[in-house]
Design a protein around this ligand. Structure first.
Ligand code: CA
Length: 497
């Protein structure tokens, strides 16, 4: 293996030399690019997605945190490439996760709201079964597929992870969960005994492939343990694996272990201290995951993708510095997230990738790495970024990256294109920022560059025509209000004056 890798490396270096003799990178034909990436990228790697929930942009060491320590994530980030301008498709949980699985903006499939708590018992809805998830695509290509942790894409049998491409599911189906088993089990038992019909799903038992399990560990530790178990089992087979390690940490409720809290005694604010300890627990688990990859001989054949499903919730201890606002916002703090790729000897170590990318790009990128067939006619909003990424080229030159969230009676919108960002929030007028120079979105340039703003707004209005009506809302009242207000009322949203 080592010799063959050296030959590959030598061939790659020669190709690079020939390329460098050309007068301009722009003149490299598409054919040449394919040659470079195919030589450089081994086939069918394992793909490990480590997703955090509501993790702030600046709450990991590799993105500048000083009060929270994340040594294991930092080691992977420093051994890989950090994305400084990575976006998720929505500034809160459910729609962002639906986009990751479907490769589509959630508005196109009616998933622009969170499913309500206990959706499996009440509205009985989930992400349209018409959409093929990336897990299914990879599973069909021979991958062992697993999801550990939070699902949030439908709790009934037809929406269950096991029928959406995952061989193995260990976790919970709702939007969040309490962390201490002895506490949530007791609360669940008490409520059940008192005859309560609808018990909050944050307290429900954890399940493994549809069967309740008697979990005893702090939830983040349990998910790390199961991640290790999955990697060990999968690596005994001949097939590669796709593991979606979907931590609910550091999403509320803010609950941390005493041993972790002690490490953050220097943080005075209790919420921040607890949040820090919860992030640290993820990092502690990542250490075990890396050890498992190394022990099973899979470390060098695994692409590790780390990111957060949306921006940090500042009222729950998170920070998104230097970005404006946080979870739920169409300003950068809502949907620009900490992210890295790690793949030893394949992805550049100690580098930053500063061009825009979207979590929507992961579906086609994973399919390309797995040499997996995407179903004919499958709509995708992202791009396979792999080949340009390896060459540090822009994947989204002149592309728009959208964010749109509905509020009560109106909508907030952001459109990112190259260095520009148009924003409409809180029913104020449209604003324009140069995000490359003004990361904190403080200097509105709409008067100075009215045509740039106008073009972005017109394109966002065109994009909005692809949206369909929401298939569910996070609560009943929001659904009633939506209909009463005749939402989405996009004519108002995309008005420039
Ligand atoms: Ca979230």
């Amino acid at each position: 293996m080592k010799i063959s890798f050296k030959i590959k490396l030598l061939t790659y270096v020669s190709v690079l030399f020939i390329m460098s003799c050309k007068s301009s990178q722009d003149k490299i034909s598409n054919k040449d690019k394919t040659v470079v990436s195919k030589i450089q990228t081994p086939e069918k790697p394992n793909i490990l997605v480590i997703l955090c929930d509501d993790l702030g942009y600046s709450d990991v060491g590799f993105n500048g945190a000083t009060d929270i320590i994340t040594p294991n994530l930092d080691a992977l980030a420093n051994g890989g490439t950090v994305f400084t301008s990575a976006y998720v498709a929505h500034p809160f949980c459910g729609p962002s996760r639906a986009a990751l699985m479907t490769g589509l903006y959630p508005h196109k499939i009616g998933a622009q709201f969170n499913l309500p708590p206990n959706s499996g018992e009440t509205i009985k809805k989930g992400i349209s079964v018409e959409e093929t998830f990336i897990s299914k695509v990879l599973n069909n290509a021979g991958y062992n597929t697993g999801i550990i942790g939070k699902w949030h894409l439908g709790s009934n049998a037809e929406f269950h992870p096991n029928v959406r491409g995952f061989d193995d599911f260990f976790g919970f189906l709702g939007g969040g969960h309490n962390y201490f088993p002895e506490q949530y089990r007791q609360a669940y038992k008490n409520q059940k005994e008192s005859g309560k019909k609808l018990i909050w799903d944050y307290l429900h038992p954890i399940e493994h492939n549809g069967k309740d399990v008697e979990e005893t560990e702090y939830l983040t530790d349990a998910f790390s343990r199961e991640g290790v178990r999955f990697i060990k089992d999968a690596s005994k087979t001949k097939n590669p694996f796709f593991l979606y390690l979907s931590y609910n940490a550091p999403h509320t409720p803010l609950e941390a272990k005493e041993e972790d809290l002690k490490l953050f005694a220097h943080i005075k604010d209790k919420k921040r201290r607890t949040y820090a300890a919860m992030v640290y627990a993820v990092d502690r688990g990542v250490k075990e995951i890396v050890i498992a990859l190394k022990k099973s001989g899979q470390y060098e054949n695994t692409l590790i993708v780390f990111f957060s499903d949306n921006g940090g919730k500042t009222s729950a201890g998170a920070t998104n510095n230097p970005l404006k606002e946080g979870k739920g916002s169409v300003y950068e703090g809502g949907f620009r997230v900490p992210m890295f790729f790690h793949w030893k000897n394949v992805v550049s170590a100690g580098k930053k990738y500063d061009y825009n990318v979207s979590a929507l790009d992961l579906y086609p990128t994973f399919a390309r790495l797995a040499d997996a067939k995407i179903p004919e006619g499958k709509r995708l909003d992202g791009k396979n970024i792999w080949d340009n990424f390896l060459q540090n080229q822009d994947n989204h030159k002149n592309d728009n990256i959208y964010v749109l969230r509905h509020r009560n009676g109106f909508s907030d919108v952001g459109v990112r294109n190259n260095e520009w960002k148009a924003v409409k929030a809180y029913q104020q007028k449209w604003k324009l920022f140069n995000v490359d120079n003004d990361l904190g979105e403080t200097n509105d340039l709409s008067d100075k560059f009215p045509n740039i703003l106008k073009n972005l707004v017109v394109e966002a209005a065109t994009w909005s025509e692809s949206h369909i009506q929401p298939q569910f809302w996070h609560d009943e009242k929001t659904g009633i209000d939506w209909k009463d207000d005749k939402m989405p009322r996009f004519d108002k949203t995309f008005q420039l004056d």
